[in-house]
Design a protein around this ligand. Structure first.
Ligand SMILES: Cc1cc2nc3c(=O)[nH]c(=O)nc-3n(C[C@H](O)[C@H](O)[C@H](O)COP(=O)(O)OP(=O)(O)OC[C@H]3O[C@@H](n4cnc5c(N)ncnc54)[C@H](O)[C@@H]3O)c2cc1C
Length: 457
């Protein structure tokens, strides 16, 4: 082993971190503090050659190998016990081409890095709702965010990737080259190789109309029943996710609302202030809101607004499902469980995944649930490990109550490590094609620390 590591060292420019190193404990930490895994070696790559060397080393030494981008995965799929972690966090670079309206992004970037680089050009890549999530993991699973209704999922704006395959080869995958692989990485996760950089289409978005409308819990059923109709007909310039949440004690909220459990919609409009006002007013006129505060804000500020509330190191327990519709019975279950948030950080979000995202067919990319209107995510969250079982039980109970009303699968990036059946249910008809592509590019299932697609037999 020591000899093999010495050999790797000679071909490696980044850092090789082992359990005896002082930096090991910090290096093995991931975002979700419920995950506590101890790899044998963390290969913190600096460039593509390092990734090639690390893949070769992992393969030749028969090591379980995980790929780490932003380290945000709920189930801790960016790290493993006893194996090798190919850590890309140092591979940060963003090059914007304003004339071509593209951005080339290194696989170690988080979305805040991308927003920082694109904003001065008045451009944005459709991403998520928080700036600290890794570009790599979020993109490879699909990518749901504030710009989904207007510009589609993140994968709908992916033009090309550079990758290292399980046999150590470098390939480019896009519409022209290795088109089968390009299809698979748009939703199929880290199953097919290590992506070292992404090329995205950028859109002219810089200032958005942002803010929440919040209602008391007693009005939640009325709000949800209006929202389920509103969001399927609202102009695509308007995005707004529904949430059960506890108002944090932050200066941006009036003090009398601090720590109050409410329901609400968090708006992000890409039209003008007047257009957003007009488009959202039917929804904002429902019942009697406690707070209604939409105003202009720079997109990078919006994307990083929740960063302070959700720093790394909290306990997280996740459950998710897609919904094509929300029946009255499902609304009643939401109100019942959403009204019992166990801690201030715990929440349930219903993200709209319609609009532009639905103009892509369900077999056009590996991401299958194109007819779904909502991606639901239930997260039990708390800083105190002593509350781990409390947040887990609440989350599971909520999920169990809603799952019978769901479309049957979930957004893979909002799942924990939940087993094969759940993975297959989430890819549906696309699973067989993914398994065939997996067999072609990773026949031994070398890359299996992920929502795993088994090579076709
Ligand atoms: C606080 C929070 C907010 C979130 N918000 C959103 C959101 O708004 N929208 C959304 O769509 N999702 C969101 N997610 C979910 C997120 O997309 C997933 O957790 C995703 O896996 C994170 O990617 P990462 O690179 O940070 O994760 P990591 O833990 O580093 O990796 C996750 C998975 O991606 C694979 N992977 C990582 N890098 C590569 C690579 N370079 N090549 C190949 N495979 C790779 C790994 O194999 C692993 O299976 C959020 C998660 C958290 C914790």
């Amino acid at each position: 082993m020591a000899e093999a590591i010495d050999q790797l060292k000679s071909a490696f420019r980044g850092e090789l971190i082992q359990p005896t190193d002082g930096t090991y404990d910090a290096a093995r930490k991931v975002y979700n503090a419920m995950i506590d895994k101890r790899p044998k070696l963390i290969a913190r790559c600096l460039d593509v050659a390092d990734v090639m060397a690390a893949v070769r080393y992992g393969r030749e030494n028969g090591m379980l190998t995980a790929i780490r981008g932003g380290g945000h995965n709920g189930g801790g799929l960016g790290i493993c016990d006893g194996g090798l972690v190919i850590d890309l966090s140092r591979m940060k670079s963003v090059r914007v081409d304003p004339a071509a309206r593209t951005a080339r992004v290194g696989a170690g970037c988080v979305w805040g890095d991308v927003d920082h680089a694109t904003y001065p050009f008045g451009m944005a890549v459709p991403s998520g709702f928080i700036s600290t999530t890794g570009v790599a993991g979020l993109t490879l699973g699909g990518g749901i965010g504030y710009l989904t209704r207007r510009y589609g999922l993140t994968i709908d704006n992916l033009l090309s990737v550079d990758m290292i395959l399980a046999d150590g080869r470098f390939v480019i995958a896009n519409a022209q080259e290795n088109a089968d692989l390009f299809w698979a990485v748009r939703g199929g996760g880290g199953n097919f190789g290590v992506v070292t950089s992404f090329e995205f289409r950028v859109h002219p978005v810089s200032t958005v109309q942002f803010g929440p409308t919040l209602w008391p819990l007693e009005q939640a059923a009325e709000v949800l029943k209006f929202y389920r109709k509103f969001i399927v007909t609202a102009p695509e310039e308007v995005d707004g996710f529904f949430a059960f949440m506890v108002i944090p004690p932050a200066p941006m909220f009036p003090e009398h609302l601090h720590k109050k459990a409410v329901c609400g919609i968090v708006w992000c409009g890409t039209g003008t202030a007047a257009e957003t006002e007009k488009a959202t007013s039917p929804m904002r006129s429902v019942g009697k809101p406690l707070l209604d505060a939409i105003g202009p804000a720079p997109l990078p500020a919006v994307q990083s607004l929740f960063d302070g509330l959700y720093p790394p190191g909290l306990q997280w327990y996740w459950r998710a499902d897609y919904f094509t519709e929300l029946s009255d019975a499902a609304v009643a279950k939401h109100v019942e469980h959403g009204s019992k948030l166990p801690t201030m950080w715990s929440t349930m979000h219903l993200y709209p995944v319609n609009g532009a995202a639905q103009r892509v067919g369900k077999s056009d990319t590996a991401y299958s649930f194109r007819e779904a209107v909502f991606a639901e995510v239930i997260v039990g969250v708390d800083p105190d490990p002593a509350n781990a079982s409390k947040i887990t039980e609440w989350c599971k109970g909520y999920y169990d109550a809603l799952h019978p009303y769901s479309s049957g699968g979930a957004y893979v990036n909002f799942m924990m490590d939940e087993g094969q059946e759940r993975v297959q249910a989430s890819f549906r008809d696309n699973y067989a094609r993914l398994a065939t592509i997996k067999k072609k590019y990773d026949p031994t299932n070398f890359f299996r620390v992920n929502q795993n697609i088994k090579p076709a037999t």
